[in-house]
Design a protein around this ligand. Structure first.
Ligand SMILES: CC(C)(COP(=O)(O)OP(=O)(O)OC[C@H]1O[C@@H](n2cnc3c(N)ncnc32)[C@H](O)[C@@H]1OP(=O)(O)O)[C@@H](O)C(=O)NCCC(=O)NCCS
Length: 150
């Protein structure tokens, strides 16, 4: 197995995995190049991609380090954006390992809280220390989950 840290989303392996993920979700994209370009332009966005030794993709986790600002407080948060393990590799610990890689990356970069929305796998996150946080509202109107990393 190999884990790659990616900040350039023109990576063909990442693109192939991402397209498979969106086709599973039945999301049609007209302008793939535009979508991957936007990812590159979106500040602080990165991913870990896991492959088998032969190069076939196991899965990826894409995330973004950002800052939320209030007049008195500011908050560094680690947004888990997209997360997918190829169906034939599910249930073998790869998802947990990818999430841990992202969490470790955040702590190393002085981000001590992760945040995400999910309408597919809330139990997966709850088992891994995430809690529903009703104080946040998300654009997609899904429930918001957070985890304190430190
Ligand atoms: C969620 C996902 C990344 C987990 O990857 P994985 O490699 O199967 O994860 P792991 O093997 O580390 O853990 C599997 C655990 O998650 C649970 N799980 C996996 N998919 C689940 C689902 N769709 N609903 C509920 N639980 C799920 C398994 O029951 C297992 O439970 P356990 O903690 O008792 O072992 C993977 O199932 C996936 O890609 N799903 C489709 C895309 C998706 O929903 N992404 C998340 C968007 S927020």
């Amino acid at each position: 197995m190999k884990d790659y840290f990616i900040t350039d989303f023109s990576n063909p392996l990442f693109q192939a995995a991402f397209k498979e993920y969106f086709s599973e979700l039945c999301i049609n994209v007209k302008d793939w190049d535009g979508l991957f370009r936007e990812m590159n332009e979106d500040e602080g966005t990165a991913a870990f991609l896991r492959t088998e030794e032969n190069g076939s993709v196991i899965g990826f986790i894409q995330f973004q380090k950002s800052e939320m600002k209030h007049w008195f407080f500011s908050e560094n948060i680690g947004f888990i954006r997209e997360f997918w393990v190829s169906a034939k590799f599910r249930g073998q610990g790869h998802g947990t390992a990818l999430l841990e890689l992202a969490e470790k990356y955040f702590v190393e970069n002085k981000v001590y809280k992760t945040i995400l929305t999910t309408d597919t796998t809330p139990e997966f996150y709850v088992k891994r220390g995430y809690i529903r946080d009703y104080s946040y509202q998300a654009k997609n109107e899904d429930e918001v989950f957070v985890k304190l990393l430190k």
